[in-house]
Ligand binder design. Sequence first.
Ligand SMILES: C[S@@+](CC[C@H](N)C(=O)[O-])C[C@H]1O[C@@H](n2cnc3c(N)ncnc32)[C@H](O)[C@@H]1O
Length: 193
Amino acid sequence: MPDSGEPRRPRILDVGCGIHKQPEAIGIDRNPASRADVLCDLDRLPYPFRDNCFDRLLAIHAIEHVADVMATMEEFHRLVRPGGTVRIETPHYTDFSSFCDPTHRSHLNSFSFRYFGEDHGGFGYYTKARFREISVQVKLLSFWKWLGFEFLVNRFPRYRRFWEHYLCFVVRGKVMNFEFQVVKPQMNTDEHG
Ligand SMILES: C[S@@+](CC[C@H](N)C(=O)[O-])C[C@H]1O[C@@H](n2cnc3c(N)ncnc32)[C@H](O)[C@@H]1O
C-alpha cells in the first residue's frame, strides 16, 4: 500500500457500545439489537482482538455490568497499546442509577480502580496490569454541585477521599469519569506525557 502521508486514524474500541456507539469506534456488545460491529460476551475472555491493537478504549456505562472487574481491566490493558488511553464512565454507588438497574453487578466509588495505579494502598499485588491515572471527575447531584461540593471533590484529591469516607451518603454522587493511560513494561517514559 502506498503511503498516503496522512496520519493513521486512532483505533478505538467501544466496549458495551449499546445503541450509542462512539463515532469512528469499533463497538462490541452481546446484544444483537445494539450497534456492535462484533458481538461478544464481555465475560468471556479474551475478546477477539490482538494484543496492543487499540490506541483508545471506551467503556461507557459498561464496567458495572461485568462479572469480574479486575479481569476485565486486565483485558483492557492487554488490548490497548502502551501509552494508549482508557476512558471509563460508570455510576457512583450512591446514585439512584447504580442500584435501580438489576443488571449492574458492581457498585463502585472513585477509588475503585486504585489497585491498578501507584496509590494502591498495599494491594498492588492483586494484578500486574498498570494504568496511570490521568484524571478522575465526579459529578454530583445538581443541588450539591450548585453549593460548590463538586468543585471541591474534583479539585482536591484529599477532599474527594474525605467526601467518600464521610459525606457521600448525604452529598450523593452521580457519575464518575476516569481517564487512564496504559503502562506496560519498558514503556518509554516520554510517553507518560
Ligand atoms: C447501560 S448500556 C451502555 C451502552 C452505551 N455504552 C451507552 O453509553 O449508551 C450497557 C451495555 O452493555 C452491554 N452488556 C452488558 N453486559 C454485557 C456482557 N456480559 N457482554 C457484552 N455486552 C454486555 C449491554 O448489552 C448494553 O448494551
